[in-house]
Design a binder for this molecule. Structure first.
Ligand code: S3P
Length: 187
């Protein structure tokens, strides 16, 4: 965290497609009784179409613009939320800065094989629709891993972990950092 940089009180979940951001986010939101939001869902609702349709009609850059625009808005007024963001959100420096300002960024780190098993047959992720999804996942993860790590306050390796273990890790860490991050109001 930068010096003199005010950190918000949201919990933000980042990670590759299929890392479990939405599931973890919903579970944390039940546990902490805090509202849950997902940027992909917000974008789809606003645009009135699926992400795959946005990619097909307007291209990836247009979608990335929507993501950044939404984060700018959320950064203005979101408090005490659990927020999950699209897998590509932390790629832009600007987005990483906004996320960091909004709260504690938890990166769910996942291996390519796990993503492949979880998303086999999925048709909703335009970036994985090619003929060799495992190779594509491996390539994208390789390109992105440093940026995910750079933008994270906490990294959780999720491969082979039960959901409860993942939640426990996050909760324990948030409890631990409560003295430096004003999280006590979150519980
Ligand atoms: C993307 C991840 C997707 C969605 C879009 C692009 C990415 O979100 O934002 O298909 O670039 O990794 P999920 O991570 O929720 O699948």
């Amino acid at each position: 965290m930068r010096e003199g940089f005010h950190k918000g009180n949201n919990i933000i979940l980042t990670g590759f497609m299929g890392s479990g951001k939405t599931t973890v986010g919903i579970r944390l939101s039940y546990k902490w009784k805090k509202p849950f939001l997902d940027t992909d869902q917000l974008i789809e609702r606003r645009e009135g179409r699926r992400i795959s349709e946005i990619f097909a009609a307007e291209g990836e850059e247009y979608f990335r613009g929507l993501e950044t625009g939404l984060l700018e808005e959320l950064a203005e007024g979101l408090h005490h939320h659990i927020l999950s963001v699209g897998g590509g959100t932390p790629l832009r420096e600007e987005n990483r800065r906004l996320l960091s300002r909004m709260g504690t960024v938890v990166y769910l780190r996942v291996q390519p094989g796990t993503v492949y098993e979880r998303l086999k047959g999925d048709t909703t992720r335009p970036l994985l629709q090619g003929p060799e999804p495992l190779a594509r996942i491996t390539e994208l993860l390789d390109q992105r891993k440093d940026l995910y790590e750079k933008g994270a306050d906490l990294i959780v390796d999720v491969d082979g972990m039960e959901m409860e273990e993942i939640l426990e890790k996050i909760i324990r860490w948030i409890d631990f950092s409560r003295s430096t991050i004003p999280m006590n109001e979150q519980r």
